[in-house]
Design a protein around this ligand. Sequence first.
Ligand code: ADP
Ligand code: MG
Length: 568
Amino acid sequence: MATQQSLFNQLQQLDGQSYGAYKSLKGAYDFADFTLHIDHVQGDPFAAPSRVRVVVPQAIAGFPPEAWNSPCRAIALADYLTREFHQVAGSSQRKSGSGKSGLISIVRPSQAMLARSAARVTAEAVELRFSVGLPAFGRRIAGRQAADLLCNTVPDLVDQTLYYDALDPTSLSQHGQTAEDAEALRSQLAAQNLVAFVADGAVLPRRSGVDERPLADQAVPFQSPPSLRVTLSCPHAGEVTGMGIPRGITLIVGGGYHGKSTLLRAIATGIYNHIPGDGRHQVVTDPTAVKVRAEDGRSIAGVNISPFIGSLPQGKSTQRFSTPNASGSTSQAANIIESIEAGATALLVDEDTSATNFMIRDRRMQALIAKDREPITPFIDKVQQLYTDYGISTVLVMGGSGDYFDVADTVIAMDEFCPQDVTAQAKAIAAQYQTDRDREGGAQFGALTRRTIQPQSIDPSKGKRSVKLRTRDVDHLEIGTEAIDLSAVEQLVESGQVRGIAEAIVYAQSHYMTATTPLGAVVEAVMADVERHGLDSLTHWPMGDLVVFRGLELAAAINRLRSLQVRS
Ligand code: ADP
Ligand code: MG
């Protein structure tokens, strides 16, 4: 294997040559304490930076087995190392030259602790993947700068972040323990018949709409109402008390600005483990809970929305409903049905992002617009059947309609950011003031139809390239010539998840989509591969920018492809 010294010499020789000569760097270099792999060399200084990998043998990195010997701890440790590297590399950034010259970057972690392809810890080694902008002046190789970057800066960063002795052992073990505690809490939900658990003392509000860190000073810590208080136990924090949200139908009510949506959002992100200090690290949710909303304008392919939407104008079918331009109500209906198809067992719904006519139809409107002129059976008439027929729970923020008191099992009122159990009062009020609504939509929820995807309706090619993928932030994905808007898929928290989903769509299409495999089975097969062999199973080359995602979000992305064609 080539060595650090030979890389250094090679870079000196490349100085002043045209940028393309950098391609000769591809390969592995022995740096004594670690191996540097240069996996991909950028074509010019403005292109996506070059991909590199550092592999430190565990014998040298020295992480004690208890730091990595369970899947949960290995993910927490990898997450920790990624954060350290992100922080150190970010603060010691010296751009030198054109374009991305001198840049060293790694995926940017959110508040969630997620498995990422950027870092991996095993009994054998610690591996970190990041990208490096190979320096240039114009289109000429800046060889001396490159030598300094790869042979001095990179080893410095490795020194500061990838050896156990260089790190704070207390904070590192706290990271792992926090993850294990969250896993333990989440694993108790099913036996306790809960959708979610919000620990006492949790800090739910965030700093701003664009800053996911916890609100610092004015946050009111969470305090569970006694009647909904449960005690769960976890290996490190011991017994933890908090509010259990029971399965069934839970209504979150309360005045405007009293913290309803903030609570629901915390529940929605409770599918992930969070870092210590996040404030939500003991907020855990059923891993198959999906936040669903209205999303007018989206396309829908062959979804059986007939449980919610009956005969449409012009006799349009709702058993196999397709449209390039859904309305608020049809989009929300499709989002629910598709989530169930992909395995959701709990729905999280906020009035702020729902279509009013999908949620409710009161007595007066029923009187004015006869049922045969209104295709929508509102959610209020279906939410109980979802639970009794299919075991799907709903947590619903609804400050605007007391009609829901009739169908709720639990009613939580947020008052000055403090939850109260008002179930008994709500039921008494429901008995005193009848709504006189007619129940609509029959006694059963209705059939759920499985769909198969026509594999050829997904085309990842663009121009000369057989696969062209682009992603931006957490809400935008391009596959081939098509753009997918993921802004309504609210539980994605990192751009790397979107990157992973993009790769997974291509992988799903080439490995599992056949004319007879239902979408749910395709997604399951892909997720089983990711679970068993990691995110690398999705790509031909080792990539550093993939972050784990759920099958639910993969299905959501596939469902939003405008070219999608299905059979049911
Ligand atoms: P609602 O949905 O009831 O109208 P929101 O959940 O949107 O209210 O919250 C309103 C505001 O209050 C937001 O700015 C949010 O960050 C803040 N907030 C929510 N919960 C708390 C809390 N526990 N302590 C302090 N501020 C909070
Ligand atoms: Mg709200």
